[in-house]
Ligand binder design. Structure first.
Ligand SMILES: [Ca+2]
Ligand SMILES: [Ca+2]
Ligand SMILES: [Ca+2]
Ligand SMILES: [Ca+2]
Length: 463
């Protein structure tokens, strides 16, 4: 009897100790990498690498290129507690550098059927880039095994294809069968949420992949312990634990509507870009651990955020469509508006957020949130005079036929990225690494479109 009482007392003591200490990842449910430069090699890309995330924040896991993912859980569910600082419920740590972000999207799942297994519904935590017109929420990429230590061919569900460039022939990028027997040795497909990101290859010795606004892994620096006090993701600077802060309230269903979850049991982190970054290789997310947040409603800060779509280095045509989104506590607020200013005054931005300009030069474009003028966002670019709505360009890029009904061919644009925009600036067709074959435009409504090839733009009339 005495022993039993002691046992119960000790159990209560241990349980209360567990509930007050930091909660780290306690179980890995699945690790399925995409091909990448660290896959198949220690310490980042072996099956055991996923287990290094358990119990701390100094693990070593690479997800590889687009679609690679890991599913994990904490010992106890993560609560969407209103008393958590800035509403943040958990933090994931990566290894970003200055101007070097390798973003992954995060999904959460509540164990609705109570069986302890991740067999319920995934909800994406919609981050800053989720609403950009060129983000794709149902993207799927199929990777083919080259059966050599060389480039990995891929194709996607939008008829694009390309390669993950192998930086060396020392080891295979495609997950090897001995280590990853569940991955088909000829080809396999990964799907999920895709964002374009912002890579700058203009300075070869200083290639950059700019950080996203909020809501992506491997994006923000680590701060200081204790890691149970999170970063405020709505400010530029690093507060408290730093790392990438996530709020369960950002969860969005497949129709794009926010859902209210009181707690979650499982987390999926999925590499969200498909891009080669020169000699640095493909963009591939790294994770070192995760921790849940301790409630403390004395910690508060700014919760408004303004996100502008990244601009290219040079804009040589107009109208150029600017894209912005306003968030409050990380949820999109479509009632918010901004006021634009351009310095120096050589360009104008109209009510539809269309930029036009009458002179050349470097400019800074600032958006100010009308409801809270302390919230601003500034981007810069170089305006280079060209022409508006031209039908062919200096590089002899042209659209044929034009007007067109079902198919167009873009001439002299092989290997370029092509986007077709409607008059409202919405990207309606996106083709990467254009092969020169005809593009199906039969689904577009009759009217005027803009075909963007690199930095060139050409008018297209759809019949
Ligand atoms: Ca929350
Ligand atoms: Ca990284
Ligand atoms: Ca379940
Ligand atoms: Ca911050």
């Amino acid at each position: 009897m005495m022993q039993k009482v002691t046992y119960i007392v000790m159990t209560i003591f241990i349980l209360s100790a567990i509930s007050t200490r930091a909660q780290y990842i306690s179980k890995i449910w699945e690790y399925k990498p995409a091909p990448g430069q660290f896959i198949n090699s220690a310490p980042w890309g072996c099956p055991y690498s996923a287990n290094t995330l358990i119990g701390g924040t100094n693990g070593t896991l690479s997800l590889g290129s687009f679609g690679g993912y890991v599913v994990f859980s904490f010992e106890n569910p993560v609560e969407n507690d209103d008393a958590n600082p800035y509403g943040i419920d958990f933090t994931i740590f990566g290894n970003p550098l200055t101007d070097w972000s390798e973003p992954a999207a995060v999904f959460v799942m509540k164990d609705d059927n109570g069986n302890g297994l991740p067999d319920d519904t995934w909800y994406e935590l919609a981050g800053s880039d989720y609403f950009f017109t060129c983000s794709i929420h149902d993207y799927e990429v199929t990777y083919t095994n080259p059966n050599a230590n060389s480039d990995i061919p891929w194709s996607d569900n939008y008829s694009n294809s390309g390669v993950i460039t192998a930086l060396s022939d020392i080891h295979p990028y495609y997950p090897v069968a001995d280590s990853f027997p569940e991955i088909n040795n000829n080809s396999y497909s990964l799907n999920g949420s895709y964002i374009v990101g912002a890579i700058d290859l203009s300075v070869p010795y200083n290639i950059r992949s700019y950080k996203r606004g909020f809501g992506y892994v491997d994006n923000n620096f680590r701060g200081v312990a204790p890691y149970t006090i999170p970063d405020n993701p709505y400010t530029e600077e690093t507060e408290n634990s730093g790392g990438d802060a996530f709020d369960i309230s950002w969860a969005i269903d497949e129709n794009g509507n926010y859902v209210d979850l009181d707690m979650i049991h499982f987390v999926k982190v999925q590499s969200a870009m498909l891009a080669n970054a020169g000699w640095l290789g493909e963009i591939s997310t790294e994770i070192t651990g995760a921790v849940d947040v301790a409630p403390d409603n004395s910690i508060t800060g700014n919760l408004d955020m303004l996100v502008l779509k990244d601009l290219p280095d040079t804009i040589s045509y107009y109208p150029y469509y600017l894209e912005y989104f306003c968030f409050h506590s990380g949820r999109l607020d479509e009632t918010e508006t901004v006021t634009w200013t351009v310095s120096p005054d050589i360009a104008k931005i109209d009510e539809q957020d269309r930029l036009t300009f009458h002179d050349e030069g470097a400019v800074q474009i600032t958006a100010t949130l009308d409801s809270n003028p302390e919230i601003t966002k500034t981007v810069s670019t170089f305006l280079k005079r060209c022409c508006s709505g031209i039908s062919s360009t200096d590089n002899n890029i042209s659209v044929f036929p034009n007007p067109a009904q079902d198919f167009v061919t873009i001439q002299n644009a092989e290997d370029s990225d092509i986007a077709i925009f409607d008059l409202s600036g919405r990207c309606v067709i996106n083709v990467r690494n254009y092969s020169g074959e005809s593009i199906d435009i039969s689904a577009l409504k009759a009217g005027m479109f803009f075909v963007k090839v690199g930095e060139e733009i050409i008018k297209l009339v759809k019949k």
